[in-house]
Write a protein that binds this ligand. Sequence first.
Ligand SMILES: CC(C)(COP(=O)(O)OP(=O)(O)OC[C@H]1O[C@@H](n2cnc3c(N)ncnc32)[C@H](O)[C@@H]1OP(=O)(O)O)[C@@H](O)C(=O)NCCC(=O)NCCS
Length: 161
Amino acid sequence: MADRPRVRPATMGDVPALAAIERACFGREGADDLLAAELTRSWARVRVAELPGEGLAAFVDGWLVADEFEVHFVATRPERQRRGLGALLLDHLLAEVAAEGATAALLEVRRDNAAAQALYRTRSFEVVAERRGYYDDGEDALVMRCGLGRFLGGPGAGGLR
Ligand SMILES: CC(C)(COP(=O)(O)OP(=O)(O)OC[C@H]1O[C@@H](n2cnc3c(N)ncnc32)[C@H](O)[C@@H]1OP(=O)(O)O)[C@@H](O)C(=O)NCCC(=O)NCCS
């Protein structure tokens, strides 16, 4: 990527841009209030990838609960996908929460979301369980888990490719 992305914590000023990414990636309208509430939670970790001169291109959101980190969303603007931003954000955030004491990361992903599953596998997540009919539309979830020991050395440490 010619322009290096910057990873930083999301701020309230980012909410409209985050909501636009949610709309583009998930078709969800009106996420502004939910995102603003998320930014007030001390246990939430929302990190953005910003491209110089272009603004926010991707974000990741999750909760640090005791010694586990729950990844809730990773989303990259459609026109900026497959440029390493999702992997970059996960590497930064997983290194950050590992340094805070998290020993594992967990997430649920739709069974038919091959792109997300592929991304998570590149970060060493493995399927550990299935939840039948987990989503509102009846689709199954796969539960994926990743030990965070390998991320303790910083953002570059977890990338195994
Ligand atoms: C899943 C998602 C976040 C990936 O983000 P991204 O920034 O495009 O991911 P990256 O460029 O960092 O991809 C890293 C690796 O993941 C895998 N990967 C990512 N997208 C993939 C796809 N569409 N198909 C296959 N593998 C994929 C590849 O191994 C890729 O490495 P490569 O490009 O060198 O082959 C993005 O597709 C997205 O926003 N989707 C819609 C929202 C969503 O479903 N989020 C996940 C559930 S919350």
